[in-house]
Write a protein that binds this ligand. Structure first.
Ligand SMILES: Nc1nc2c(ncn2[C@@H]2O[C@H](COP(=O)(O)OP(=O)(O)OP(=O)(O)O)[C@@H](O)[C@H]2O)c(=O)[nH]1
Ligand SMILES: [Mg+2]
Length: 346
């Protein structure tokens, strides 16, 4: 009723004569072709403006045993306290009896662009005596977010922008043992790689020597391949040769990124840098000669963030959606609107 009142009031207003919109013109002399400039390239600027206004969602999940530096790494990635670090004492008491899932939201702004970041932590994963099926609550959470999105999407009066809580990226922390992947690692990645973008990382890489690190990386890559585990960026989703060349390098050389996180600054050559003090000196987090943190950061945030979101929407969510709508398992049956219905809605 409120809306219709507004409408009535509006229609009584006499519209003022509008000025003709100004069409941007290409400066003369640069493009001398008769047909001239159309203005297609302004789409980029238009998109930029829209994104500046609305901001965007990015949801990142961290999985791995307690104490592997998950919270520290996320804080290092986003240069802020976006995830609570474990207190270091009484750790045993704190470990939950089952896997818990905790999502914390933040708004980060840079250069006028707002990112609504959600960090999804999974305390308790891999910390039980029996870790069988401990990936299940995580898969359930991921699917629940797809379900929420789907429910909003099939709504007749759906929102213009559906809030996106879907997990765009899952960082999986591998313990820096130097041996091989544990059955738990393989089980988790095997099941979850079908529903979410997994990026495996070797945690606390400063605890390994350079040789150990290189060898461990190679072994992990081999084991993932032998077990048929597809991590992000998945080969089958490369869109062209340029993608393939770029992503092959990541798949064959960078993965799994051997990372170090820290929230402490040290003075190195007169500059303050994030680092960790070790018996061998300061390990600089952002120095590529020391670890691959910067590679991971560039990959997740600076080159592939939009792609992580697109693969989530176009592949993982689409797979979920197709399954749900085909099988109709649980979702209220779709009602077909009649012609009459449709008109009366207009
Ligand atoms: N050597 C080393 N220590 C690290 C690194 N990252 C974090 N730590 C330390 O490891 C301990 C645990 O770090 P957290 O970030 O709390 O680990 P977490 O995986 O979030 O732990 P939970 O929240 O208990 O699951 C802290 O004392 C950190 O300072 C790293 O890259 N190298
Ligand atoms: Mg933590």
């Amino acid at each position: 009723p409120v809306e219709s009142k507004n409408e009535a009031a509006m229609s009584e207003l006499v519209p003022e004569p509008r000025q003709k919109p100004v069409v941007p013109m290409k400066p003369m002399g640069i493009n001398t072709s008769l047909l001239g400039y159309i203005g297609i390239d302004t789409i980029i600027e238009q998109m930029r403006k829209k994104t500046m206004k609305t901001g965007f969602d990015f949801n990142i999940m961290v999985v791995g045993q307690s104490g592997l530096g998950k919270s520290t790494l996320v804080n290092t990635l986003f240069k802020s306290q976006v995830s609570r670090k474990s207190s270091g004492w009484n750790r045993e008491e704190k470990i939950p009896k089952t896997v818990e899932i905790k999502a914390i939201g933040h708004v980060i702004e840079e250069g006028g662009v707002k990112m609504k970041l959600t960090v999804i932590d999974t305390p308790g994963f891999g910390d039980q005596i029996n870790n069988e099926n401990c990936w299940e609550p995580i898969e359930k959470y991921i699917n629940e977010q797809y379900e929420k999105f789907l429910k909003e999407e099939v709504n007749i009066a759906r929102k213009k922008r559906i809030p996106d809580t879907r997990v765009h990226c899952c960082l999986y922390f591998i313990s820096p043992t130097g041996h091989s992947l544990r059955p738990l690692d393989l089980e988790f990645m095997k099941h979850l790689s079908k529903v979410v973008n997994i990026i495996p990382v070797i945690a606390k890489a400063d605890t390994m020597t350079l040789e150990e690190k290189t060898e461990f990386k190679q072994r992990v890559r081999k084991e993932l391949e032998v077990n048929g585990i597809e991590f992000y960026p998945q080969k089958e989703f490369d869109e062209d040769l340029e993608d393939k060349t770029e992503n092959d390098k990541i798949r064959q050389e960078s993965m799994p990124f051997a990372v170090v996180g820290s929230d402490k600054e040290y003075q190195v050559n007169g500059k303050r840098v994030l680092g960790r003090k070790t018996p061998w000196g300061i390990i600089e987090v952002e120095n590529l000669n020391h670890c691959e943190f910067a590679l991971l950061r560039d990959f997740v945030i600076r080159t592939h963030l939009q792609d992580l979101k697109e693969v989530t929407h176009n592949i993982h969510y689409e797979t979920y959606r197709a399954k749900r709508l085909n099988g109709n398992g649980g979702l209220p049956p779709m009602t077909v609107e009649t012609e009459e219905n449709h008109e009366s809605n207009l």
